[in-house]
Design a protein around this ligand. Sequence first.
Ligand SMILES: Cc1ncc(C[n+]2csc(CCOP(=O)(O)OP(=O)(O)O)c2C)c(N)n1
Ligand SMILES: [Mg+2]
Length: 425
Amino acid sequence: MTEAAKTVTPEQQLDLYRYMLLDRIVEETMTKLFRQNKIVGGLYSSLGQEAISVGTTYALEQRDWIAPMIRNIGGLLVKGVRPRDIFTQHMARYTSPTLGKDGTSHFGDLKNLHIVSPISMLGDLIPVMTGVAMAGRYLGQNIVTLTWIGDGGTSTGAFHEGLNLAAQQRASLVLVIENNQWAYSTPVSRQVPIEHLADRAKAYGCRAFIVDGNDVEAVFTTAREAVRLCRAGQGPVVIEAKTMRMRGHAQHDPAEYVPKEMFDYWKQRDPIESYERKLVAAGVLTGKIKKEILDAINAVIEEDRAFAENSPFPPPELAETPVYHEGPLPIEPQWKRPVAEVTPPRSSVKSEWNVSGDGDFQADAIEPATSKSPGDAAASVGARHGVPHKSAADPLKNATPKRNGAGRASAKRASKPAVRSRGRK
Ligand SMILES: Cc1ncc(C[n+]2csc(CCOP(=O)(O)OP(=O)(O)O)c2C)c(N)n1
Ligand SMILES: [Mg+2]
C-alpha cells in the first residue's frame, strides 16, 4: 500500500475511536443485562476484537452491504443500527426489529442500511454475499459486500465453495477472517496445519492481506484498499485479521482452557486502550474530547437501555404470524439498467408456460387438453402447485416417437429426442 493509502484524517480517527467505545459500552451493558437474567438466549462478546468490525465497516459506503456474525455488533453500529435495536433484539422485546421473534443479532435491513441477517451455519454467508455482489452487478450498481468469518469457520465446506464461487465470478466481496485463535475450545494450531489462514485465499486465486486486528487504523486502511480493489472489479479480497477472543465462546464459557499468559499478552494490546494512547500522543484526543464522547455515548445507552427494559414482550398470538408469506413480495427490484436489458431469458427456445407474481404457475397458459382423462385433472392440480404435470402439455412426451407410422412422422416434425431414439435402437 502507498503512504497515501494509509492516511487517516483526525476526524476519521475520532470516529474510529468513538465507534469502538460505543461497541464496547453496548456489549458491557448487555453483559450486565445478561447477569440480571434479562437477555433471552446466548450472549457473545467481541471484547478485544472491536477494531475489526469497526475498522472494516468504516471503509464502506452507505450503498454497500454487510452480513454480520456473532462478534460484529461494531459493524452494525457503524452501519447505523441504534443500540436500542440491539438491546430490544437481545431481550426479545416486541419493539425489536424482529418483534421479539428472534434473538441476538438475527435481524437485517435490506432497504435502508443494507444489512443481511446473520446465518448461523458458519460459512454460508459467503455464497450469499457473493450473490448480493453479483446481483448488484447485474443491476448496474457498483456496490461492495462484506462479511466476516472466524478461524473455525474457515474449515467449513461452505467457506471453500463460497470463496471459489466469489473468485470465479470476480464478485466484489471483502471477506474478513477474524483469527481470534480459538473456535470454542479448539486452538487454531489444532485445527489447521498452516500458519496464516489468509493463505487459503491463494487456492482460489484471490488477493489476500494480513493485518493486525487490534490496530484499528491498519484494519481500516487495509479494508479501504480491499474495497477500492473490489469497486475496480478486482475482487474478491480476503483479509485475515489476527486478534484474540478475550472471553469464552459465550457467557456460559469461562474459557479456563486458555493459557493465562495468552490473555495477559493480548490484554497489553487492547485495541481501544492502545488507540487512545496513540491519539492522545498525537494531540487528536484530549481529556475534554474524551469526556464529550463518553457523555454522548452514555446518554444514548441509558435512553436505549431504559426503552428496551420498558418495552413489552410480544403477544403470544404473534407466534402464529407471519410464518408463511402471503401476498406480493415486499421488496421491489430497483432497476438501474433498462429492464429489457437485464431480464432473462434471451433464449431461442420458446417458453411453454409463464410464471407471474410470486412465481405462480399460470394454468391458462397451457393449451386445454382435448379429452377428459385422469391426467387432465392431475395437470390442473399440478398447475395450482406450480408444478407442470407431464401428461398435459409435456413437449417431450409429444415428441416421443410412437410405434405406428403416424407417430414416427410426428416425431420427425417435433423437436429431436436424440438421446431417447438412440436408446431404443
Ligand atoms: C457449519 C457449522 N458448524 C458448527 C457450528 C457451531 N458453532 C457455532 S460458533 C462455532 C465456533 C466458531 O469458531 P470461529 O469460527 O473461530 O468463530 P469465533 O467464535 O471464534 O468468533 C461453532 C463450531 C455452526 N454454527 N455452523
Ligand atoms: Mg475463532
